[in-house]
Design a protein around this ligand. Structure first.
Ligand code: CA
Length: 516
């Protein structure tokens, strides 16, 4: 077969156009004789790799490389499973999982994982081309020594969370969609006081959120920042300077106002405790007025609750202008996940393994990892992969169905937003279009990889600083403390806790990583 492929390639090069699918499949072959590689793939705290997944089997057919899972579900904590595997010293050929970037980089520097830069350069043309086009992403996942120690899962699509409001309530009260922070205040006050659900009780919950951090997000309406990445409370970058929103005066102003909104009943009184089902509960009981949450899942309530809540129209609206007139969609999807896979030093086939990794960056491999198996889970229609009706109309969400077959899992591959758009409803798509037209997104902070010394400073300082900042934040919002009275002491305390030292090591790591 190997010879045939070469001669076919020669024929094609000579201008003889042969299209022979049986041979074309051979182009993905990594090894002539089947090769099995052990993989430790424990992810999302509840799943391990499955040797029988249709996606795995198809990949093995195409590449000749089969993966054999060695991770166990004895623990339901993926990080713990990783740690136990490392400590055991019994390394498999490949390690994969989600949220492992820091571990890959740390143990890569210590010699447990193979540096991939040269392997990619020589044997992985598709991965190389992908990162050549996206140097920022390469920087973002590289370790402090400049090496890549893992191939990441690369999400697609830009938009994540948006502002949603009850358009039917606005209509009922004769109000327009709020365009700025003052109008948001007026609308929430009207929701609170004018009984838009019409039951004669003042039971409306004007602003609510599944994650209480989405209340803190509202400080952006006073020109502050709540995070620079898709992780809450993260640093942000402005003009290549690392900053943190929670020490800035705009934040003090934002918190002061949110405390007032909370006191006036415009914010869910249980926002810190109600938890992940609050959206479901407050929408299905016709109580919630406004939130900040994911486009697709939030829009879906218009469909699922159509018979429960008469006239429900819960749709996205543009980020309201801040005090200074800024309209900011602070949240967006991260362009590269801290997930993926790495080659250990115990692996005796690193070249074959990087070639196998490269397969997932070919069009064939990417489709397999995004959509499943052609003819089984999707068909190519007009050149595009389209899910079979039984997938789109299945009882489980499409993403959950994909996980069951080994697609859309956190292996190293480029996600295709085409996978998601097929089951995103019209209301969500309209909302995304609104955000696209307005260009409200900002750049995202992709994180830094510390040297050992920097890591020590961060580990020693940051977690207690964050705890303190969040304790104060919550006390201010709930009104048990006063942000203006506390502010100078708060900054002084952060200084004593080493806030500036952390910013310094962040900045040093950032400069090294992104400035060359
Ligand atoms: Ca009411």
């Amino acid at each position: 077969m190997r010879m045939l492929r070469v001669s076919l390639a020669a024929l094609m090069a000579a201008g003889i156009g042969l299209a022979a699918p049986a041979y074309a499949e051979d182009e993905y072959r990594v090894v002539d004789d089947p090769l099995t590689l052990d993989i430790h793939f424990h992810f999302r705290d509840r799943l391990v790799y499955n040797n029988d997944w249709p996606v795995e089997k198809r990949a093995a057919e195409l590449t000749g490389v089969q993966l054999n899972n060695v991770a166990s579900l004895a623990t339901t904590n993926s990080q713990e499973a990783f740690n136990l595997m490392i400590v055991s010293g019994d390394l498999p050929d490949i390690v994969a999982g989600n949220r492992l970037k820091d571990s890959f980089n740390q143990y890569g520097l210590e010699g447990a994982f193979v540096p991939l830069n040269d392997l990619i350069e020589e044997h992985a043309p598709n991965i190389k081309a992908f990162f050549d086009e996206r140097p920022q992403l390469r920087s973002a996942i590289s370790a402090a020594d400049g090496n890549m120690y893992f191939i990441p899962y690369v999400p697609d699509g830009k938009y994540g969370r948006a502002y949603f409001i009850r358009y039917d309530w606005l209509d009922k009260l004769g109000l327009d969609v709020p365009q700025n922070v003052d109008e948001v205040y007026e609308v929430l006050t009207a929701f609170r006081t004018q009984d838009p659900n019409g039951n004669g009780k003042q039971d409306e919950v004007p602003y609510f959120a599944r994650q209480w951090e989405e209340l803190i997000r509202l400080v952006t309406l006073w020109d502050a920042r709540s995070s620079g990445s898709d992780t809450y409370h993260d640093f942000y970058v402005e003009d290549d300077q690392i900053r943190h929103g929670y020490v800035e005066e705009s934040y003090r102003e934002g918190i002061k106002n949110l405390a007032q909104w909370y006191a006036e009943g415009l914010i869910d009184a249980e926002i810190f405790t109600r938890g992940p089902r609050s959206r479901e509960h407050l929408l299905s009981n016709n109580l919630g007025g406004m939130t900040h949450d994911w486009f697709a899942s939030t829009s879906s309530y218009n469909v699922s609750l159509a018979d429960t809540v008469e006239g429900l129209s819960f749709r996205a609206f543009a980020p309201p202008a801040s005090v200074e007139g800024r309209r900011l969609a602070e949240h967006r999807r991260i362009p590269v996940r801290p997930d993926g896979w790495a080659i250990t030093i115990a692996n005796e086939n690193p070249v074959e393994t990087i070639k196998y990794f490269d397969f997932w960056f070919t069009e064939m491999g990417s489709r397999l990892s995004n959509f499943g198996v052609e003819g089984v889970h999707y068909d190519i229609i007009d050149g595009v992969p389209i899910y079979k009706p039984e997938i789109l109309d299945g009882s489980a969400p499409v993403n959950a169905q994909m996980w069951e077959i080994g697609a859309q899992i956190p292996r190293g591959f480029p996600q295709d937003y085409g996978y998601e758009i097929q089951w995103t409803n019209e209301i969500a798509l309209e909302g995304i279009d609104l955000y696209e037209q307005g260009d409200y997104l900002t750049d995202i902070f992709l994180g830094v990889a510390f040297s050992e010394d920097e890591q020590r400073v961060y580990d020693k300082r940051w977690s207690s600083i964050m705890t303190y900042m969040l304790e104060m934040q919550q006390a201010w919002i709930l009104g048990s403390r006063d942000v203006e009275a506390d502010w100078d002491d708060y900054l002084g305390q952060l200084d004593r806790m080493g806030f500036n030292e952390v910013v310094e090591v962040m900045q040093a790591a950032y400069d090294r990583q992104y400035q060359n």
